[in-house]
Design a protein around this ligand. Structure first.
Ligand code: HPA
Length: 274
């Protein structure tokens, strides 16, 4: 278990590497969505390996580095690649960068992911804003002694995702003639894709999309009071909906196909974000 001193030590090294630059928004990029980092003018690049206790991404389509700089008129810190439970990281390690971000003064999070569509009204390539999540009894980053510096022992999760941000992002997409969905994200650890029976069960429970990330980070971010926008790209229909097997390369390819449009929306959103 990490102690507050571990977080403070890592945060002060990250701050040194930022050389006085003060990011206000943390942006976590999901599978195949890493191109956003290329839009940052004069970026400062910091490999995760340069920060003590930061895990290093091993997943397909995840580079494992921070990119700091200006985007859409805001000072941002981008995570080009995240950590997943299926790589062998603990939930606490997955959430580690959220707490570093908090300690260097960031209180807004834009978190993105690729997911399978459970809702049969969705299509591959659609965007869903995350309204809420279902995690049930899986991994939790807050297990262990509570660090009161970040938040309370039993944090409220009744509005994890910021309603104003959701509306603002939907308005941005509408200016490009796109209607985004709003829905429920079901968290699975992976790495195997779900069975068709699991997908049917998730649909009965009210889920619209399923993925292997995002929820641990959002729990830690909400615990320390961040405002969160969660954006899901539907990269495939979930298991059993179409009569074909699922494949990780297809997920990355769908992310890449949506990348330019996705980056445009996020940059516009940043420009309008309070
Ligand atoms: N299931 C879980 N995670 C995913 C999927 C999926 O169908 N697509 C992209 N990430």
């Amino acid at each position: 278990m990490y102690k507050i001193e571990d977080y403070r030590n890592s945060a002060s090294i990250l701050e040194d590497k930022l050389c006085g630059f003060k990011p206000e928004v943390l942006i976590i990029l999901g599978s195949g969505l890493g191109d956003l980092g290329e839009y940052v003018a004069s970026p400062t690049i910091i490999d995760y390996g340069a920060i003590p206790n930061m895990g290093i991404s091993t997943a397909l389509g995840h580079k494992g580095r921070f990119i700091a700089g200006q985007l859409g008129g805001k000072n941002v810190l981008i995570m080009q690649g995240r950590l997943h439970f299926y790589e062998g990281w603990t939930a606490e390690q997955i959430a580690y960068p959220i707490r570093l971000a908090k300690l260097i003064g960031i209180d807004k999070l834009i978190i993105t992911n690729a997911a399978g569509g459970i809702n049969t009204d969705f299509n591959c390539g659609d965007i869903m804003l995350i309204e809420d999540f279902i995690k049930l009894n899986l991994v939790n980053p807050l297990i262990g002694p509570n660090l009161d510096e970040f938040g309370p022992r039993f944090p409220d999760m009744s509005k994890v995702f910021d309603r104003e941000y959701m509306q603002l992002f939907a308005d941005v997409a509408e200016t490009y003639d796109e209607n985004v969905h709003r829905g429920i994200y079901y968290y699975c650890t992976g790495p195997q894709y779900e069975s068709p029976a699991e997908i049917r069960a998730m649909r009965i429970l009210g889920a619209d999309a399923v993925g292997m990330s995002t929820v641990p980070e959002c729990i830690a971010a909400r615990h320390c009071g961040m405002r969160i926008l969660g954006i899901t790209l539907i990269t495939n229909m979930a298991a059993g909906i179409l009569d074909k097997p699922l494949d990780g390369d297809e997920v990355i390819a769908a992310g890449k196909a949506a990348s330019e449009r996705f980056c445009k929306y996020v940059i516009d959103f940043l420009g309008r974000m309070a």
